[in-house]
Design a protein around this ligand. Sequence first.
Ligand SMILES: Cc1ncc(COP(=O)(O)O)c(C=O)c1O
Length: 427
Amino acid sequence: MGICYFINGALNTLLCDAADKPGLFFNNLLYNSHERKAVRRFFKCRSKRWLAQLFAGAVQGVHITMKRVYNFSAGPSMLPLPVLEQAQKELVCYGDSGMSVMEMSHRSAEFEEIIAGAESALRKLMNIPENYKVLFLQGGASTQFAAVPLNLLSGSGKADYIISGQFSKKAYDEAGKYGDVVVAASSKDKNFSYVPKVDRSSFRPDADYAHICYNNTIYGTKFPYIPETGDIPLVADMSSCIISEPVDVSKFGVIYAGAQKNMAPAGVTVVIIREDLLGRARPETPAMLNYKIMADNDSMYNTPPCYSIYMLKLVAEWVLSLGGLEEMQRMNQRKASALYDYLDSQDYYFAPVSAESRSMMNVTFVTGDETLDKKFAKEASAAGLKNLKGHRSVGGMRASIYNAMPYEGVVTLIEFMKEFAKNNPKG
Ligand SMILES: Cc1ncc(COP(=O)(O)O)c(C=O)c1O
C-alpha cells in the first residue's frame, strides 16, 4: 500500500514541481499516521541503489504519462499543456482550501475569486468594453440558438440570418419557432465553401437582430469581415474562433461560444452581451435562458459549471501570459499559413474552401478519393495525428488547429501528408 502511494506520489511530486517539499507531499498523500510510519519504516530498510532505481522508474513513468499525441479534434479539443499541468497541480487541493475546485461550493469565497478571475482575464484578453456583460452559462452553443431569439426577438419579431453552414442553419431553424425569421444570405449554392458578402442593405431595417456564425467549424470557413448592420444588433456564434485573434467586441450586440474548442473543457458557454440588450426577453423565456436574470445573478442563478469556469480562467491567463490575442493571432497565422501553403503547392490534396474565406482554426482538404481519405485518417491516427477525419456530413479531412495546437503538430502533419502522397499514388 505504502509503496503504491510512493510511486504515485513520486510521479505527482515530479509533475507538480513539489520535489522540494517532501514533507508536504507525504502529508498530502498519507492521511493517517499509521501509514506514514509504515512508509518511513519501509524506506529505512532499502538501499540507496534500490531507491535510485525506483526513482528512475518513476521518471520513466512520468515520461510515458507525458507522451501526448497531436489531437486535431474539432471539439472538445486540445488544451494547452501548461494549463493541464497547472490543473493537475491543483486537482486535489486548490490553494489552501483543502479541497478540489470540483468539490467547492460555488458560493465559497474561493470560487467567487475564480469566477471573477475568469471574467477579468477574458475581459482583458478580448478588450471587452465596460458596457458589456460576460455570462458563464450552460447548455452549449446549441442552447444559445434558442436563447438568442427568446431574449431578443421581442420588438418587431423579425430576425435575419446568414446561413454559412450547418450550425447557422440550426440556429436559423430554432429561431424560426419564435418569429419572422428570414435568410439574409446563404452559401449553400457552393456547399458552404465560402462566406457570403453582405452589407447593410442585406438586412431588413426593422430586424431585432442579425445573426452570423463567424467561423464555420465543419466547412473550414470564416468571415473575413464583420458585416455592417448599422443599428441592428449583430449576434455572432464564435464557438470555434473565440480568443484566436483580436476582435472588436463593440461591433457586436451579442457574442456567444461553447468553450470546448479554444477556452476550456465542455460545460461552460460564454455569452458577451451589450447591456442595453438585457431586459428584452419574451415572457415565455425560461429563467435559465434569460440573459438579464443570469446577469443580475453574476451567472450564479443556479450552480454554474464550476470546473470548466476554473479551466477557462487558466486558459485565458495562459493566452495573456503569451502576449494576448495579437500574439495568439500571429501563432495561429503561422500554423494555418504553413498548412495552406503546402496545400496550395501541390495537387495531391485539394482544399475546397475559397481562398478569402479560409479559416485559421479548421483546415479542410480532400484527396478526391473517398477510399484514400479513409486510409489517410486511419494511418494518420496510427502515427499519433488524431481526429483528422472530416465531419460526417462533408467527408474528407479536417485539421482543427486551435490555440493549443503547437506549430510542431502542423509541421508533423505536413510531413505525414507528403509521405502519404508519395506512398499512395492515385490511379
Ligand atoms: C460554430 C459552432 N456552433 C455551435 C456548435 C454547437 O456547440 P455545442 O455542442 O456547444 O452546442 C458548434 C459545435 O461544434 C460549433 O462548431
